[in-house]
Write a protein that binds this ligand. Sequence first.
Ligand code: DON
Length: 555
Amino acid sequence: MQFTRAVRPISLLILVAATVVVAPAAAQEHRNGVVVAVSAPGAEAGLAILKQGGNAVDAAITTAFAMAVTHPAAGNIGGGGFMVVHPAKGEPVVIEYRETAPAAATKTMFKKGESPYTHRVVGVPGTVRGMALAHQKFGKLPWKTLVLPAVELAEKGYLLDKHHANSLNNILAASKAFPEFQRVFARPDKTAWKPGDRHVQPDLANTLRLIADKGPDAFYTGAIADQIVAEMKAGGGLITKDDLAGYKAMERQPIRGMYRGYDVIGPPPPSSGGTCLVQMLNTLENFDLKKYDRYSPQTLHLMTEAMRRAYYDRARYLGDPGFTKIPTHLTTKEYARDLAKSIDLSKATRSDAFKDIPLAPEGDSTTHFSVIDKDGFAVSNTYTLEHGYGSRIVVKGAGFLLNNEMTDFNWRPGVTNRAGAIGTEPNTIAPGKRMLSSQTPTILAKNGKVVLVTGSPGGRTIINTVLNVVVNVVDYEMPIQQAVDAPRMHHQWFPDELKFEGTKQHAQTVAQLKAMGHSVSFSRQGDAHSIWVNPKTGGFIGAADKRLSGKVAGY
Ligand code: DON
């Protein structure tokens, strides 16, 4: 049986009652370590590793593998991401495990309107090599110890919460054309999943056991590589054995900035996240935001204008640094001063005033988790399959989903339009190239000590979600849960539109923003599972984002 209704109503009551007693209150401080993630079993698996004496990287590796089982929309071994690591002592580094274009990929391989759910949109996965590189550099516990919890979750199953049951039901309805997806993810009796059901994934358990026993080579040169290549051949995909064998995760220097006395540490290209975040913060530092209410038209206007300018530069300049030369001025204070001067305090700049290069829309699922251990060693990790459940292609017999990350490249070189296509050169397709990302796992530190760990899903909204959280914490001194919950806003240059999570209570602000020339509409942003370190006590406070499910697992 792939599932059982694990919890009968009566035991559910007991469980809920027990949870109420033992669950940490939102602002509970932990002294020994915290993992915050969208998936409760994922966060708990990481916490168990901390309790066994593992460090923050060990816990992050376990949570990442566990969430490949328990959060299949975005947790993955068939995708990629970015891990910002801040050791308790010493310099932060980034483990970059972004996917690459296969060797057979070409600049013009995609046509307008081509489906984002085919074998051709799969990038060479980076996650397993990324975790192995993080382990090689920082790991304390053996690799096998870190992967086995995921094997167990796949083999014995995990209990679906409401969010994950709904998510699976929605994607199953939308993925009828993918038989292996249906076989692996449908409830065995083909009825809808319910909260409390147990989801068992035997194929994935075998795959993860191979990775636990044989290490990352099982995935890149061994039996799993053979399965991926067979899947590609069957479906007309491009990834070959050589592509997999040649994949390398990278250790990179983070993008560093300083915002009102806090060190800001984010991912470098091929993510645009760190660069844009630091550029926006530098721009905002030229204004005394605190003078204005958080939801005043002035604050929202200034944030919007900082965003507009950074996203314009993102389109102009950013891509894989191995293929495109990235200007160094983007994160300087001097450049930000010029940008700040170009902002009219009473009027929206029209995005058209820069140039006509709108950006293409991105997909709908990624996930971020934050970890800190007893020594204050922190990990900020975002990883993704690009769209929710990626390409919807499950490698036959191997039980895991492949990404559709190739959609993050600029598909049609030179073709730009207001509807959302972008064709700028830095992010066109080339063999072996990494597609531009917006993932922004971020750490703020003061005097070498971690203060904030945050990040989010949400395509291009990611960078602005992180900006909102940072401004809430630094400028408005909000407690972390409030900083995460507070309505956010997003502007990405084109479409020339301010998206705002505000409610009726912000109607007057919205009216004033419209009078300044902003086009404002409602839109939700991603779930930013974060940790804040109380400078007075040194205690860790986790904040799970209520926009989705989520769990603070701490002790
Ligand atoms: O790397 C990126 O920027 C995108 N592939 C992320 C996609 C995403 O966040 C979709 N999520 N909600």
